[in-house]
Write a protein that binds this ligand. Sequence first.
Ligand code: FMN
Length: 598
Amino acid sequence: MLPSQLRGRLRIPAMAAPMFLVSGPDLVVETCKAGILGTFPTLNQRTAEGYEQWLIEIRRGLGNADCAPFGAQFGIHHTNPRQAPDLALAIRYQVPLVITTLGITRDITDAVHAYGGLVFHDATTIRHAKKALDANVDGIIAVCSGAGGHSGTYNPFAFTTELRPLLGDKTLILAGAVSNGQSIAGAIASGADMVSLGTCFITTHESMAPDAQKAMILESTINDIVYTDKISGIGASFLAQTFSRASESRGSHGVFDVAREISPKLWRDFWSAGQGVGGINSITSVTELCDRLAREYGQAVDRLTATAVAYAKRLSGAHHHMPDYSAEDSMNSESGSVAPAPEAPATLAIDGAIATITLNRPHAFNAIDPSISICLESLAQQIEATEQLTVVIVEGTGSAFCAGGDLQTITGDTDSLETVLGDMISHYHAFIAALRRMPKLVITSVQGSAAGAGLSLAFMGDLCIAADDARFIPAYGRLGVSPDGGGTIGLVGAAGPQLALRIFLAEDSVSAAQAFAWGLVAKVVPAVDLKAETRRLAERIAQNSPAAIAATKALVYDSGSRTIEVQLDAEKRSLLACTGTQPFRANVNRIIEARLNR
Ligand SMILES: Cc1cc2nc3c(=O)[nH]c(=O)nc-3n(C[C@H](O)[C@H](O)[C@H](O)COP(=O)(O)O)c2cc1C
């Protein structure tokens, strides 16, 4: 998973990799401003003093703007004379992310952790990754085959599969030929927490690479990338065209040495790039590149969701008679582009920090059936993994919010009933659990009837807003079943045990006005205004910082199971963690400045 220092601070799960002779302050500042973590190698400055100047320049460039953190990379090797002075400066200037390559020791991670910084380590083998984990790094950058610079030889799927269980909660960053948003989504889907992109940043205006190297990358394809250890003593990827310009023998030393590595000529004569060159077709600003990556990432995630929905339909159809959503076409699309089918049983729309899940079975009053439960689970996973989202609206299309479990699912032969129903509830409950667990505030927006599982859903959100025509119908007891969908958590939390029991077992229907009087809904609004009022509430909540929303939600829900001392301790830890976030610091600075200007 992402460490708390990065959560809510990245636009997409990505960093721009440190690149020798390429990454400098301009590239770092613009990347961070575009919401992607920017980094540079300290050795891009000839002296420790020069590197210190860059740290000052980067801090000044970022100012108080709400942007991603930055990082610096350090070669930890006995031949690197700059190792000690550079690390001392990282500590003095509290560099948020320290990237180590070649070696890593526990005293380095301890020193960085002491000021709240993070350490990610570049690894090309499992043995190197294990050593770094022993030194207590926060994340492993899995440098896979096809990466630019010193690259590994492992296939990213195979490497991720073996690394993931070793890392547990630590961060897995995948590097190697990731040059577009589709590849970022693919890396996340395969188990990485974020990606590191190098080559595609070389061709930005802000990169320090010579124009001729940028032009060569635009013209290159995967075929032009040569992997060899002859140039630097460690396997690295180079643009083949540069071999004809510079004599191979000049760089052919066999044994790796940092001092020789950064001495004039080597990386100047032999230009490096990764196998992702084929997708790089223009020289753009960092902002334009990051916008493209974010756009493509969003489209790829939509595509995955649409595909999951289409397969979910097929899966459910095998068990059960399903209404025809005609998702078949999108699943079999020859072009390979799967449009998010408008007839999907639930849809997701993202606007800034606000996500809206819409139950989309109006012909069945948005009743819960196997297809919608799988779809909702998938959408919740997607939202949970998207850092920039802080508020989630759950709403229904048509005249009803949700009519509860689809009775069509329950009819059919009794032998398979337990399997079909059990399967459906498992998916639906995974959705409900994600809503409660995610560090984002969930608003349910209810019109018309919210019956059975619909009633449970209405109160499993963190806040409920209701249209004046809303009716909460606890259909369970009359049907002869007990509640599901978190009803015994959400409604009990909102109403308390006695009122919850009364609603479940002694009320036929609760009106919006009555629910408001009982304190179960935050607001009742005219039905025609429900969408706009829900949006207004969501926007108001989204004004809080992501860290404040996440910590407040966790503290509120955890309070019931803790002693006063434990809860107070948790409050203290959360508050102190929030003070380390950029929005808090910016607010404090603003207040102090306002006082000084009075
Ligand atoms: C021109 C170039 C220079 C690089 N220099 C460094 C470096 O100084 N330190 C480092 O840790 N990695 C360096 N790398 C590797 C990157 O940090 C990263 O692992 C790699 O670029 C990711 O693969 P990709 O280029 O295919 O996106 C370099 C990569 C390139 C292309």
